[in-house]
Write a protein that binds this ligand. Structure first.
Ligand code: ADE
Length: 254
């Protein structure tokens, strides 16, 4: 047993239920409409919670993990819509920089700048990113995802060999469901790989409390006119299994 405590968050119950099931000696506590389950995974103290959707929900949950459960680190696993055309459904993205795409206090400050922090993004350091890449790569290189999920199930979503990316993620209180939204985001923030609704809020809270964070997203849809159809199917059938595989890799429990 190590002394550190890790918080694991997800924005969909389907994703978080499988991770909660990995906990040894689970103890549940309800705070502020969230159910926090504490236990151990591979001897490491861990608290798992379904955050709900959006930046406020995610920030409140991250703050509770830090203040009530004294976590030293937060890992967020979940899904995202692809923004960069090189990404496909089933790819995994590890966040390098996280932007709040709906933060806009112009003309008081530049677009995306978080007031009083003077930052337009929150960043994960390279040594941490390399460790995470090393831990997760076997899911793809060694075919672990295919074995666990089934090549036939993946094929239904057009996934053959997923790719692993490290890059920029944008978060905001919007579900992207058309190409116009995508184009607007791409014009303003050309390096963005994918879009979701929580990561940069968790990153801000962690930054403010000097807590390490890792945001890992699986691409569930192309953030276009089809996304509201692809997204729920992907959550039910695939992404819950991705989250469990990712956490097992990070905890080295395979
Ligand atoms: N999470 C998964 N797909 C998304 C989308 N299209 N927009 C915002 N968040 C998402």
């Amino acid at each position: 047993m190590t002394g550190k405590t890790i918080g694991i968050m997800g924005a969909m119950p389907q994703e978080i239920d499988g991770v909660t099931a990995l906990l040894n000696n689970p103890v549940r506590r309800v705070i502020g409409m969230r159910s926090y389950t504490s236990g151990t995974i591979n001897g490491i103290n861990t608290v798992v919670v379904f955050s709900r959707w959006g930046k406020v929900a995610a920030a409140a949950t991250a703050a509770t993990l830090i203040h009530v459960f004294n976590v030293d680190e937060i890992i967020f696993t979940g899904v995202a819509g692809a923004i960069d055309h090189s990404l496909n459904v089933g790819d995994i993205v590890i966040a390098k920089r996280l932007y709040q795409h709906d933060m806009d206090a112009r003309p008081l400050m530049q677009q995306f700048e978080v007031p009083l922090l003077g930052k337009t993004f929150f960043e994960c350091d390279d040594s941490k990113l390399n460790k995470i890449r090393e831990a997760i790569s076997p899911l793809i290189i060694d075919g672990i995802l295919k074995d666990r999920i089934g090549a036939d199930v993946l094929a239904q979503f057009g996934i053959s060999t997923p790719n692993l990316h490290i890059g920029d993620i944008a978060s905001g209180d919007q579900f992207f469901a058309n190409n116009e939204q995508k184009a607007t985001l791409q014009a303003a923030l050309p390096t963005i790989l994918c879009v979701e609704m929580e990561g940069a809020a968790v990153a801000q809270v962690c930054f403010e409390h000097k807590v390490a964070f890792t945001i890992i997203r699986t691409i569930s849809d192309a953030a276009d006119e089809q996304s509201h159809i692809d997204f729920p199917r992907f959550i039910e059938e695939v992404s819950s299994k991705y989250s469990v595989c990712i956490i097992k890799q990070l905890y080295n429990t395979n």
